[in-house]
Design a protein around this ligand. Structure first.
Ligand code: ADP
Ligand code: UVW
Ligand code: MG
Length: 292
């Protein structure tokens, strides 16, 4: 059996992992640490015997959850670790072997993905701590969307904001849109002709894919644009920022925080960012206030 590869997806509220062998029949260790940052945080998964486990991790952050995950590798040493990284800016059109310059580039774009890149960097650091000699590879959400034509990635803003400051639509969830469009083509026997894909989780985006190449997508400069998400507003009138600043005196940091962390399903429901809890509340007859 070849040494397996450990795949880690440090998301905004969860970490998904899998230890994947080149033999698809080999037992796979996999799981998810979710609701991170809350008292309900928990690590759930399967061991190599296929048995399910569920371990409470009250209040755990990304680093604590990763350490709990790495303790469950059952002594199997991966050959390499693959990390899902959200924002690669225009630096990366494909995956990259992680070194100091790659870490620095991920750090440079962190301001554009404040919920994600810092969590991704924490994931790399925690893994390097446990497996210092293993090659670690960064796989970027943004890379797949680098095929978008200018009509899709340019905003209707002055040219120099793009040319000098990189203000453009980057798009995210690229590995998901790439995989889903390819698999949909295989399962339907309709090939790669044209697919509209939807990635719906705590972050949500749609993409138009033609011949395995992204043509357009709903997320933009940051993972805030587009659909309503768990805690993110998605599209709002761009005039909202100036209005909140002038009328309520809110700082840019406060506006950014509210739109990223207090909006979306959480803001609409006044209850939670988790669709499962909203559905539960609705079933128990206590629907969120915006549904009444
Ligand atoms: N069984 C389910 N039914 C409805 N919604 C679900 C279900 N499982 C997960 N979700 C939604 O997906 C969200 C988690 O999305 P996910 O993409 O896994 O997280 P992250 O973006 O942090 O990686 C939850 O907060 C919840 O809103
Ligand atoms: C880019 C993004 O929204 O990622 P996630 O779904 O992990 O929040
Ligand atoms: Mg997600």
């Amino acid at each position: 059996m070849n040494a397996p590869v450990l795949v880690i997806n440090c998301g905004s509220s969860s970490i998904k992992y899998a230890l994947i062998d080149s033999d698809p029949q080999a037992p796979r260790l996999e799981g998810i640490a979710e609701r991170l940052g809350s008292e309900e945080a928990r690590l759930k998964g399967k061991n190599s015997a296929g048995e399910r486990f569920s371990q409470p991790l009250p209040g755990a952050d990304h680093t604590q959850a990763l350490n709990a995950i790495l303790e469950r590798m059952e002594g199997r040493l991966p050959a390499a670790v693959g990390h899902r990284i959200v924002h690669g800016g225009e630096h990366f059109t494909q995956a990259a072997l992680i070194d100091d310059s790659v870490m620095a580039a991920i750090q440079t774009t962190a301001a554009l993905a404040p919920l994600h890149n810092p969590a991704n960097l924490a994931g790399i650091a925690a893994t390097q701590n446990v497996f210092p000699e293993l090659p670690q590879v960064a796989v970027f959400d943004t890379a797949f969307h680098q095929t978008m034509p200018p009509r899709a990635y340019r905003y209707a803003l002055p040219e120099n904001l793009y040319a000098e400051h990189g203000i453009r639509r980057y798009g995210f969830h690229g590995t998901s849109h790439a995989y889903v469009s390819q698999r949909a083509g295989e399962l339907s026997n309709r090939g790669t002709g044209g697919w509209l894909t939807a990635h719906l989780g705590n972050g949500c985006s749609t993409s138009a894919v033609w011949n395995n190449q992204s043509q357009d997508t709903s997320m933009g400069l940051t993972p805030l644009e587009g659909l309503v998400m768990g805690t993110r507003s998605g599209d709002v009138d761009p005039g909202l920022h100036a209005h909140l600043h002038r009328q309520l005196g809110w700082s840019l940091d406060k506006i950014d925080d509210v739109l990223n962390k207090e909006s979306g399903l959480l803001g609409l429901s006044g209850l939670t960012n988790d669709m499962r809890e909203i559905e539960e509340a609705a079933e128990q007859g206590t629907p969120p206030h915006s549904w009444r």
